[in-house]
Design a protein around this ligand. Structure first.
Ligand code: ASP
Length: 324
């Protein structure tokens, strides 16, 4: 369903709804925890939000899920619709409403698959920490901010906008389970802020990635698991996964990419035998820097969660290349 929300204007701002707390509803407006995510339609969410000058808004409901249940199939559909919207000359930008729990994964996926499609237009994801039914919901303000960012001069790339700050898809991540300003950077700063409707850009707009993985989502979702290294880590979970046919493994490592010796031995053997394995630090911030030579490559500044998305897309794109 596509619906024009505001008066027609020369340029179009697309808003795709996927669910999340931002569209959540609880029986009691004072209840900000016992709600059900993904209940309020994207059209209804836009009801009270001021639209930036010079654009008309088109809203599409892509999904209505709690983002803990985000799926490859929804990514496929979302990426296809976002790409189609970006290709229309009248499109000024795209906003996506999304649950905060996996927003950074979807943002990273879109960054990798949209490639040059966002060279001159921005895709901005936003969400909320309070449901739409709350007495003081944060969703409407976040949507208004995200719209302004998507329409800002020079806007490009895939970004996340929450509580007045804006990060690129590599940096933005959820860092707090309850605060309204739940997001922050992996290793850096927000590149822009929105205050009273004004967007101030203090860094660089996100760089689009190459388009090598544009069709990755058309493949079957590869089975990639995350294994955490830490106290008493062992090879058992890895061995079980290999026996069950896992297609790739991300090791959530300690500190600067280190792995418990018992798990490391098994992971190196698996990697040498051809299983894709990558190391990504389980620390909340920072990136892995090369120290001692290691057989298993590292994911640099990617969190384990984004490293997993990266591996899924890479394996999917390899599957596609074999089929082509
Ligand atoms: N569980 C919710 C979700 O990710 C949390 C949120 O949106 O803030 O869909």
């Amino acid at each position: 369903m596509t619906q024009a929300i505001s008066t027609p204007a020369a340029q179009v701002l697309w808003v795709f709804g996927t669910g999340g707390t931002i569209s959540g509803r609880a029986a009691d407006p004072k209840d900000v925890l016992g709600y059900t995510a993904g209940e309020v339609s994207v059209d209804a969410l836009l009801g009270d939000v001021a639209v930036p000058d010079g654009v008309s808004v088109r809203a599409e409901q892509v999904a209505q899920v709690d983002s803990k249940d985000m799926s490859w199939a929804i990514w496929q559909d979302l990426a296809q619709r976002v790409r189609a919207a970006l290709m229309q000359p009248e499109t000024r930008g795209v906003v996506i409403t999304h649950g905060t729990d996996t927003m950074e994964e979807t943002a990273y996926c879109l960054h990798r698959v949209l490639g040059p499609a966002v060279a001159h237009k921005a895709v901005v994801l936003t969400g909320a920490m309070r449901p739409a039914s709350a007495l003081e919901p944060d969703g409407p303000g976040n949507i208004a901010d995200a719209m302004r960012v998507a329409c800002a001069p020079g806007a490009r790339g895939v970004a996340l906008c929450m509580a007045g700050r804006v990060w690129d898809a590599l940096q933005g991540q959820k860092l707090h389970s309850g605060r309204l300003d739940a997001f922050g950077a992996r290793d850096g700063e927000a590149f822009a802020e929105v205050c009273a409707g004004e967007v101030s850009v203090t860094g660089d707009w996100p760089q689009p990635s190459g388009d090598a993985w544009a069709h990755a989502l058309a493949a079957e979702a590869p089975w990639v698991e995350l294994l955490t290294s830490g106290t008493q880590a062992s090879a058992r979970a890895l061995q079980a996964l290999i026996s069950a046919g896992v297609e790739g493994v991300v090791l959530a490592t300690t500190g600067n990419g280190t792995v418990h010796q018992d798990l490391l031995r098994a992971a190196e053997a698996a990697y040498a035998a051809g299983l894709p394995v990558v190391r990504a630090s389980r620390t909340a911030h920072g990136n892995i820097r090369d120290g001692h030579p290691q057989a298993i490559p590292h994911a640099g500044g990617l969190s384990p969660f984004k490293a997993r998305v990266e591996m899924m897309l890479r394996l999917a794109s390899e599957q596609q290349a074999v089929l082509a």
